[in-house]
Ligand binder design. Structure first.
Ligand code: NAI
Ligand code: MG
Length: 498
């Protein structure tokens, strides 16, 4: 393992194989098997991790169920539960560098982005939901017979929550599910992505240190088809929260339907339009377009992968973005100078290179990048790639690539633009760049997307809802909206007549 000795995280990495965290204890997998997680900047093994499978998921669900039934978490005074979540936020902040190094090595992402985005947002998410713990309440209803029936609602924990998360923001995706689930009084079984299992294990250590009772948070690393599938179809899991591909989201919905109709929330793929009108501030729009697609190597569900630019400023804007792409400093995520790291895996690199080939075959004009950055060794580096004059019917304009590939498409009128932008099976995010305030709101109103950014892009905050229309998913994470995902509503009707 070629991990620099002086990294803060080296102790965590250089120990024995990482174990599963079940019922408050570190344990081996039932099969004794392990799998390797790689450093995608070199392709070398970063750590060995216990491989959870059906039996391990079953053990973890049982531990969670016991914790729930004994009430060690949900029956605590809300202020005590809030304290645990707030403390988790503090501890994440204290150990920011360890988390940053860990996800940066495991995923390849630039460490500065971890320190400026993922880690602070993770801490903020725990703190935000710490605030909600003491404010969960039902309502009273005015019935048709107020003197006879008193009606009120209770918001109660949903039960055992299974969380299945992807590899693109490993720590932050865990927090977006775990923090609201815990705030609402539920125990959690988390299955991190097989490409990036490590930060979830460090999170388990942190939550234990924050005095979360044993069994309330369990982590079972393993593969999707085995551990993930078992969690989705488990008869004693009450809710699955999933972020990942639309294809797997459909499998999860089916598994839930065929098992116990557990509740499901899905945050899935996107093919988001980033739209620049001729009256926009071109410099800002161009850098918004650049960050919109190349942030996190383009491996972002909200990536602004379709860049629509109004004809009059099309050449100038696309030139500007291309110049920025050509100047990106690529390297291992762990190097603080790096602006763009490798893709997460060889498989992902091959998938992205396949789309680049297809774009060329279908006649799109490649104006920047378009290949692997082989000068960086064996890592899975793909150069930031820009295609111009893309037609809406091409695969690179329709399918989620999940890599650093931008498809620039000219448009003439607002009407023409809206039809093009909405012509997608997805509806996660859209960006609008304009100085015309009426146009900004009019277009935001017309776009089919869960989030519309006006003169900004990829802003995320624990207080604002996150999720999509159409095949981008079900439900909204973050903000007070997530409380609906992690509670059951109970209506109590009382006959109060004498
Ligand atoms: P994926 O959807 O297969 O993986 C996401 C999570 O689901 C992982 O934890 C995985 O282990 C789990 N999983 C996989 N199969 C499962 C199953 N049958 N039952 C239960 N859980 C299962 O995504 P993958 O293969 O890593 O990436 C493929 C494509 O998916 C990407 O190219 C991208 O287009 C999309 N994707 C979208 C994400 C988003 O944030 N919207 C995140 C990751 C991938
Ligand atoms: Mg890895």
């Amino acid at each position: 393992m070629a991990i620099a000795e002086d990294l803060e995280i080296s102790k965590f990495l250089n120990g024995r194989p990482k174990q599963l965290f079940i019922g408050g204890k570190w344990v081996d997998s039932a099969s004794g098997k392990t799998f390797n997680t790689l450093d995608p900047s070199t392709g070398e093994v970063l750590a060995k991790v216990a491989e959870g499978d059906v039996e391990d998921i079953d053990r973890a669900v049982l531990a969670a169920r016991r914790a729930h039934n004994t009430g060690i978490w949900c029956d605590l005074p809300p202020s005590e539960r809030a304290k645990v979540l707030w403390r988790a936020g503090d501890l994440i902040e204290e150990r920011a560098m360890e988390f940053a190094q860990l996800d940066s090595l495991d995923n390849g992402k630039p460490i500065n982005e971890m320190l400026l985005f993922d880690v602070p947002l993770t801490a903020a998410t725990f703190r935000y939901y710490a605030g909600w713990v003491t404010k969960l309440h039902g309502e009273t209803q005015q019935t048709s017979f107020p003197g006879r029936y008193l009606s009120y609602t209770l918001r109660q924990p949903i039960g055992v929550v299974g969380a299945i998360i992807p590899w693109n923001f490993p720590l932050m995706m865990a927090a977006w599910k775990v923090a609201p689930a815990l705030a609402c009084g539920n125990p959690v079984v988390l299955k991190p992505a097989e490409q990036t299992p490590l930060s979830a294990l460090l999170l388990a250590e942190i939550l234990a240190e924050a005095d979360l009772p044993p069994g309330v948070f369990n982590v079972v690393p393993g593969f999707g088809e085995t551990a993930g599938a078992r969690l989705a179809s488990h008869p004693d899991v009450d809710k699955i929260a999933f972020t990942g591909s639309t294809a797997v989201g459909k499998l999860i919905a089916r598994a839930a339907a065929e098992s116990n109709l557990k509740r499901v929330s899905l945050e899935l793929g996107g093919k988001s339009p980033n739209i620049v009108f001729a009256d926009a501030d071109i410099a800002r729009a161009a850098s918004g377009a650049f960050l919109g697609i190349f942030f996190n190597q383009g491996q972002v569900c909200t990536a602004g992968s379709r860049l629509y630019v109004q004809e009059k400023i099309y050449d100038e804007t696309v030139d500007e973005v291309t110049k920025m792409a050509a100047n990106v400093h690529m390297g291992p995520g762990i190097d603080p100078m790096t602006q763009m790291g490798p893709l997460v895996s060889e498989e992902q690199m091959e998938r992205v290179l396949g789309y680049i080939q297809q774009g060329q075959d279908e006649g799109a004009r490649l104006i920047s990048g378009g290949s692997r950055a082989t000068d960086l060794g064996k890592g899975y580096f793909v150069k930031p790639t820009v295609f111009a004059d893309v037609d809406g019917s091409m695969a690179i304009a329709k399918e989620e690539i999940f890599g650093p590939v931008l498809a620039a498409i000219p448009f003439s009128t607002e009407e023409d633009l809206i039809a093009k932008a909405n012509d997608s099976i997805y509806g996660l995010v859209a960006g609008v760049w304009t100085r015309d305030i009426k146009r900004a709101h009019r277009v935001a109103h017309a776009l089919q997307a869960g989030i519309v950014y006006v003169n900004c892009y990829n802003v995320a905050d624990p207080a604002t809802p996150w999720g999509g229309h159409k095949q981008s998913g079900w439900g909204r994470e973050l903000g007070p909206y997530a409380l609906d995902l992690y509670t059951e509503l109970k209506n109590v009707i009382v006959d109060i007549a004498e």
